[in-house]
Write a protein that binds this ligand. Sequence first.
Ligand code: BDR
Ligand code: CA
Length: 327
Amino acid sequence: MRQEAGKLVILDTDPGIDDAMALLYLRAVPGIRLHSLTTVFGNADIETTSRNAAFLAARFGLDLPIHVGAAGPLEGERHVPSLKVHGADGLGGTGVASGTPVPRSTVPAWQHIADTISANPGRVSLLAIGPLTNLALALRHRPEIAAQVHEVVVMGGAFGTRGRHGNIRPHAEANFFYDPRAADEVLAASWPVTAVGLDVSADCILSSAQAASMARCFGESGELLWAISRDYADIYRKFDGIDGFCIHDVAAAARLASPELFSVQQAAIGVKTSGNHTGNAYRSADAMRPVQSFCDGVDSDRLISGFIDIVAAFVARDAASERIETT
Ligand code: BDR
Ligand code: CA
Protein backbone atom coordinates (compact mmCIF):
# COMPACT_ATOMS: atom_id res chain seq x y z
CA MET A 1 0.00 0.00 0.00
CA ARG A 2 1.43 3.41 -0.94
CA GLN A 3 1.70 6.24 1.55
CA GLU A 4 0.28 9.65 0.71
CA ALA A 5 2.58 12.53 -0.08
CA GLY A 6 3.31 14.77 2.89
CA LYS A 7 6.08 15.65 5.31
CA LEU A 8 9.25 13.77 4.43
CA VAL A 9 10.39 12.15 7.67
CA ILE A 10 13.54 10.36 8.82
CA LEU A 11 12.74 8.42 12.00
CA ASP A 12 15.69 7.95 14.36
CA THR A 13 14.64 5.24 16.79
CA ASP A 14 15.66 2.69 19.47
CA PRO A 15 12.78 0.16 19.35
CA GLY A 16 11.42 -0.06 22.03
CA ILE A 17 7.74 -0.68 22.78
CA ASP A 18 6.50 2.88 22.34
CA ASP A 19 8.87 3.23 19.36
CA ALA A 20 7.00 0.31 17.77
CA MET A 21 3.70 2.10 18.36
CA ALA A 22 5.11 5.34 16.93
CA LEU A 23 6.27 3.49 13.82
CA LEU A 24 2.82 2.01 13.24
CA TYR A 25 1.27 5.44 13.79
CA LEU A 26 3.66 7.05 11.27
CA ARG A 27 2.90 4.26 8.79
CA ALA A 28 -0.80 4.94 9.15
CA VAL A 29 -1.19 8.68 9.61
CA PRO A 30 -2.07 10.82 6.58
CA GLY A 31 0.33 13.64 5.82
CA ILE A 32 3.55 11.80 6.69
CA ARG A 33 5.90 10.15 4.20
CA LEU A 34 8.47 8.01 5.98
CA HIS A 35 11.73 8.27 4.07
CA SER A 36 13.99 5.98 6.13
CA LEU A 37 14.82 4.65 9.55
CA THR A 38 18.02 5.22 11.47
CA THR A 39 18.74 3.25 14.60
CA VAL A 40 20.45 4.08 17.86
CA PHE A 41 21.24 2.29 21.13
CA GLY A 42 18.92 3.11 24.02
CA ASN A 43 16.14 0.78 25.02
CA ALA A 44 18.55 -2.07 24.18
CA ASP A 45 21.96 -2.44 22.51
CA ILE A 46 22.37 -1.32 18.89
CA GLU A 47 22.21 -4.82 17.38
CA THR A 48 18.93 -5.43 19.15
CA THR A 49 17.31 -2.07 18.36
CA SER A 50 18.41 -2.39 14.71
CA ARG A 51 17.02 -5.92 14.44
CA ASN A 52 13.80 -4.73 16.03
CA ALA A 53 13.55 -1.84 13.55
CA ALA A 54 13.92 -4.28 10.65
CA PHE A 55 11.35 -6.64 12.15
CA LEU A 56 8.81 -3.88 12.80
CA ALA A 57 9.24 -2.27 9.38
CA ALA A 58 8.59 -5.62 7.67
CA ARG A 59 5.68 -6.37 9.99
CA PHE A 60 4.02 -3.03 9.21
CA GLY A 61 4.59 -3.35 5.46
CA LEU A 62 7.26 -0.65 5.25
CA ASP A 63 9.91 -1.12 2.60
CA LEU A 64 12.43 1.47 3.79
CA PRO A 65 16.19 1.87 4.01
CA ILE A 66 17.45 1.21 7.54
CA HIS A 67 20.78 2.73 8.59
CA VAL A 68 22.45 1.47 11.73
CA GLY A 69 23.73 4.15 14.09
CA ALA A 70 25.54 4.74 17.34
CA ALA A 71 26.24 1.89 19.76
CA GLY A 72 26.87 4.22 22.68
CA PRO A 73 26.98 7.84 23.78
CA LEU A 74 29.41 10.50 22.55
CA GLU A 75 31.26 10.26 25.87
CA GLY A 76 31.68 7.44 28.37
CA GLU A 77 30.13 4.01 28.53
CA ARG A 78 26.59 3.07 27.59
CA HIS A 79 24.37 3.08 30.68
CA VAL A 80 22.59 -0.25 31.06
CA PRO A 81 19.76 0.03 33.61
CA SER A 82 19.06 -2.83 35.98
CA LEU A 83 15.33 -2.55 35.27
CA LYS A 84 14.89 -3.09 31.52
CA VAL A 85 11.57 -1.38 31.00
CA HIS A 86 11.37 -2.60 27.40
CA GLY A 87 12.59 -6.12 28.19
CA ALA A 88 15.97 -7.66 27.39
CA ASP A 89 15.04 -7.79 23.68
CA GLY A 90 13.56 -4.28 23.58
CA LEU A 91 10.17 -5.73 22.64
CA GLY A 92 8.82 -6.78 25.99
CA GLY A 93 10.79 -10.02 26.26
CA THR A 94 8.62 -11.63 23.58
CA GLY A 95 11.50 -12.65 21.31
CA VAL A 96 9.32 -11.82 18.29
CA ALA A 97 12.23 -10.31 16.33
CA SER A 98 14.77 -13.02 17.13
CA GLY A 99 14.65 -14.55 13.63
CA THR A 100 15.17 -11.22 11.86
CA PRO A 101 18.70 -10.50 10.62
CA VAL A 102 20.37 -7.31 11.86
CA PRO A 103 20.29 -4.86 8.93
CA ARG A 104 23.70 -4.15 7.42
CA SER A 105 24.28 -0.70 5.99
CA THR A 106 27.54 0.69 4.67
CA VAL A 107 26.38 4.26 5.32
CA PRO A 108 26.10 4.94 9.05
CA ALA A 109 23.02 6.65 10.45
CA TRP A 110 24.64 10.07 10.99
CA GLN A 111 25.87 10.18 7.38
CA HIS A 112 22.52 9.09 5.97
CA ILE A 113 20.82 11.84 7.99
CA ALA A 114 23.27 14.48 6.74
CA ASP A 115 23.20 13.27 3.11
CA THR A 116 19.41 13.20 3.00
CA ILE A 117 18.99 16.65 4.50
CA SER A 118 21.58 18.14 2.11
CA ALA A 119 19.98 16.45 -0.90
CA ASN A 120 16.53 17.78 0.06
CA PRO A 121 17.11 21.26 1.47
CA GLY A 122 14.17 22.61 3.48
CA ARG A 123 12.16 19.40 3.09
CA VAL A 124 13.29 16.87 5.70
CA SER A 125 11.66 16.56 9.12
CA LEU A 126 13.84 14.70 11.60
CA LEU A 127 11.97 12.79 14.28
CA ALA A 128 14.24 11.39 17.01
CA ILE A 129 12.70 9.11 19.63
CA GLY A 130 15.86 7.68 21.20
CA PRO A 131 19.14 9.11 22.50
CA LEU A 132 20.29 11.96 20.25
CA THR A 133 23.75 10.58 19.37
CA ASN A 134 23.16 10.16 15.62
CA LEU A 135 21.83 13.72 15.31
CA ALA A 136 24.78 15.15 17.24
CA LEU A 137 27.24 13.19 15.07
CA ALA A 138 25.52 14.46 11.92
CA LEU A 139 25.90 18.03 13.22
CA ARG A 140 29.54 17.52 14.21
CA HIS A 141 30.45 16.15 10.76
CA ARG A 142 28.20 18.38 8.68
CA PRO A 143 27.14 21.53 10.59
CA GLU A 144 25.61 23.02 7.43
CA ILE A 145 22.61 20.67 7.77
CA ALA A 146 21.30 22.89 10.58
CA ALA A 147 20.33 25.49 7.96
CA GLN A 148 18.94 22.87 5.57
CA VAL A 149 16.60 20.79 7.72
CA HIS A 150 12.90 21.62 7.79
CA GLU A 151 12.32 20.79 11.47
CA VAL A 152 13.60 18.59 14.27
CA VAL A 153 11.22 16.96 16.75
CA VAL A 154 12.72 15.00 19.63
CA MET A 155 11.15 12.88 22.34
CA GLY A 156 13.16 13.88 25.33
CA GLY A 157 13.60 15.92 28.43
CA ALA A 158 11.25 17.13 31.13
CA PHE A 159 10.80 20.80 31.88
CA GLY A 160 9.00 20.68 35.21
CA THR A 161 5.37 20.92 34.10
CA ARG A 162 3.26 19.69 37.03
CA GLY A 163 6.48 18.69 38.80
CA ARG A 164 7.72 16.39 36.05
CA HIS A 165 11.50 16.33 35.85
CA GLY A 166 12.47 12.75 35.02
CA ASN A 167 11.71 9.06 34.71
CA ILE A 168 14.99 7.09 34.62
CA ARG A 169 16.23 9.49 37.32
CA PRO A 170 14.22 11.94 39.43
CA HIS A 171 15.85 14.76 37.46
CA ALA A 172 16.37 13.20 34.01
CA GLU A 173 14.33 11.71 31.19
CA ALA A 174 15.82 8.52 29.67
CA ASN A 175 16.67 9.67 26.12
CA PHE A 176 18.54 12.74 27.41
CA PHE A 177 20.14 10.74 30.23
CA TYR A 178 21.53 8.07 27.88
CA ASP A 179 23.51 10.70 25.95
CA PRO A 180 23.39 14.08 27.68
CA ARG A 181 26.23 15.53 25.61
CA ALA A 182 24.39 14.71 22.38
CA ALA A 183 21.14 16.19 23.72
CA ASP A 184 22.97 19.36 24.75
CA GLU A 185 24.62 19.73 21.33
CA VAL A 186 21.38 19.12 19.44
CA LEU A 187 19.62 21.80 21.50
CA ALA A 188 22.55 24.21 21.09
CA ALA A 189 22.51 24.02 17.29
CA SER A 190 20.84 26.67 15.18
CA TRP A 191 18.10 24.49 13.81
CA PRO A 192 14.45 24.47 14.88
CA VAL A 193 14.01 21.86 17.62
CA THR A 194 10.76 21.01 19.38
CA ALA A 195 11.23 18.85 22.46
CA VAL A 196 8.28 16.62 23.34
CA GLY A 197 9.18 15.69 26.88
CA LEU A 198 7.57 14.04 29.88
CA ASP A 199 5.66 17.29 30.48
CA VAL A 200 3.24 16.10 27.80
CA SER A 201 4.13 12.48 27.03
CA ALA A 202 3.34 11.36 30.59
CA ASP A 203 -0.25 12.49 29.93
CA CYS A 204 -0.53 10.28 26.86
CA ILE A 205 -1.67 7.03 28.43
CA LEU A 206 -3.11 4.16 26.43
CA SER A 207 -5.40 2.46 28.94
CA SER A 208 -5.49 -1.31 29.38
CA ALA A 209 -9.02 -1.34 27.97
CA GLN A 210 -7.90 0.60 24.89
CA ALA A 211 -4.88 -1.68 24.35
CA ALA A 212 -7.10 -4.76 24.75
CA SER A 213 -9.59 -3.40 22.27
CA MET A 214 -6.78 -2.73 19.75
CA ALA A 215 -5.58 -6.32 20.28
CA ARG A 216 -9.10 -7.65 19.57
CA CYS A 217 -9.97 -5.47 16.60
CA PHE A 218 -6.72 -4.55 14.82
CA GLY A 219 -5.55 -7.93 13.56
CA GLU A 220 -1.89 -8.91 13.72
CA SER A 221 -0.69 -5.35 14.42
CA GLY A 222 -3.01 -4.98 17.42
CA GLU A 223 -2.00 -8.41 18.72
CA LEU A 224 1.69 -7.55 18.39
CA LEU A 225 1.30 -4.27 20.28
CA TRP A 226 -0.58 -6.10 23.01
CA ALA A 227 2.01 -8.87 23.33
CA ILE A 228 5.04 -6.58 23.54
CA SER A 229 3.43 -4.24 26.07
CA ARG A 230 2.41 -6.72 28.84
CA ASP A 231 5.49 -6.28 31.06
CA TYR A 232 5.63 -2.56 30.22
CA ALA A 233 2.04 -2.21 31.51
CA ASP A 234 2.96 -4.13 34.69
CA ILE A 235 5.82 -1.71 35.34
CA TYR A 236 3.49 1.30 34.99
CA ARG A 237 0.98 -0.39 37.29
CA LYS A 238 3.63 -1.11 39.91
CA PHE A 239 5.60 2.15 39.86
CA ASP A 240 3.05 4.75 38.72
CA GLY A 241 -0.27 3.19 39.74
CA ILE A 242 -1.54 3.55 36.16
CA ASP A 243 -3.90 1.11 34.46
CA GLY A 244 -2.22 1.45 31.07
CA PHE A 245 1.07 2.89 29.85
CA CYS A 246 2.60 6.04 28.42
CA ILE A 247 3.15 6.16 24.68
CA HIS A 248 5.89 8.80 24.80
CA ASP A 249 7.15 8.25 21.27
CA VAL A 250 3.66 8.35 19.75
CA ALA A 251 3.28 11.77 21.37
CA ALA A 252 6.43 12.98 19.58
CA ALA A 253 5.19 11.52 16.28
CA ALA A 254 1.83 13.21 16.79
CA ARG A 255 3.59 16.55 17.22
CA LEU A 256 4.75 16.17 13.60
CA ALA A 257 1.38 15.11 12.23
CA SER A 258 -0.97 17.17 14.45
CA PRO A 259 0.93 20.07 16.00
CA GLU A 260 -2.34 21.75 16.97
CA LEU A 261 -2.78 19.21 19.80
CA PHE A 262 0.09 20.83 21.71
CA SER A 263 0.93 24.10 23.40
CA VAL A 264 4.57 25.14 23.39
CA GLN A 265 6.94 27.46 25.18
CA GLN A 266 10.12 28.97 23.81
CA ALA A 267 13.40 28.98 25.70
CA ALA A 268 17.11 28.44 25.29
CA ILE A 269 17.61 24.91 26.62
CA GLY A 270 20.70 23.19 27.97
CA VAL A 271 21.24 19.65 29.23
CA LYS A 272 23.56 18.92 32.15
CA THR A 273 26.42 16.69 31.04
CA SER A 274 28.06 15.88 34.38
CA GLY A 275 27.45 15.75 38.11
CA ASN A 276 24.50 14.53 40.10
CA HIS A 277 21.97 15.98 37.68
CA THR A 278 23.39 14.56 34.47
CA GLY A 279 20.70 14.48 31.79
CA ASN A 280 18.66 17.27 33.36
CA ALA A 281 17.13 19.71 30.87
CA TYR A 282 17.17 23.32 32.03
CA ARG A 283 16.38 26.78 30.72
CA SER A 284 19.71 28.28 29.84
CA ALA A 285 20.69 31.89 30.41
CA ASP A 286 23.41 31.59 27.78
CA ALA A 287 22.63 34.33 25.24
CA MET A 288 24.61 32.44 22.57
CA ARG A 289 22.17 29.54 22.62
CA PRO A 290 19.30 29.56 20.13
CA VAL A 291 15.74 29.67 21.37
CA GLN A 292 14.08 26.28 20.96
CA SER A 293 10.56 25.03 21.64
CA PHE A 294 9.29 22.58 24.20
CA CYS A 295 5.75 21.29 24.63
CA ASP A 296 4.04 22.18 27.88
CA GLY A 297 0.48 21.02 27.17
CA VAL A 298 -1.33 18.40 25.11
CA ASP A 299 -4.91 17.44 24.36
CA SER A 300 -4.17 13.87 25.40
CA ASP A 301 -7.73 12.60 24.87
CA ARG A 302 -7.63 13.67 21.24
CA LEU A 303 -4.10 12.37 20.82
CA ILE A 304 -5.00 8.91 22.14
CA SER A 305 -8.30 8.66 20.29
CA GLY A 306 -6.54 9.93 17.15
CA PHE A 307 -3.89 7.23 17.51
CA ILE A 308 -6.55 4.53 17.80
CA ASP A 309 -8.67 5.88 14.93
CA ILE A 310 -5.68 6.31 12.60
CA VAL A 311 -4.45 2.77 13.22
CA ALA A 312 -8.02 1.46 12.84
CA ALA A 313 -8.41 3.17 9.46
CA PHE A 314 -5.05 1.85 8.32
CA VAL A 315 -5.81 -1.72 9.37
CA ALA A 316 -9.16 -1.55 7.56
CA ARG A 317 -7.54 -0.15 4.37
CA ASP A 318 -4.86 -2.82 4.52
CA ALA A 319 -7.39 -5.63 4.92
CA ALA A 320 -9.46 -4.26 2.02
CA SER A 321 -6.41 -4.06 -0.26
CA GLU A 322 -5.50 -7.65 0.65
CA ARG A 323 -9.02 -8.76 -0.26
CA ILE A 324 -8.76 -6.99 -3.63
CA GLU A 325 -5.36 -8.56 -4.32
CA THR A 326 -6.63 -12.08 -3.62
CA THR A 327 -9.81 -11.80 -5.72
C1 BDR B 1 11.71 7.51 26.15
O1 BDR B 1 12.66 6.56 26.60
C2 BDR B 1 12.39 5.28 26.08
O2 BDR B 1 12.24 4.39 27.13
C3 BDR B 1 11.12 5.39 25.29
O3 BDR B 1 11.16 4.62 24.11
C4 BDR B 1 10.99 6.86 24.99
O4 BDR B 1 11.64 7.20 23.78
C5 BDR B 1 10.80 7.92 27.30
O5 BDR B 1 11.54 8.53 28.33
CA1 CA C 1 12.28 5.46 22.15
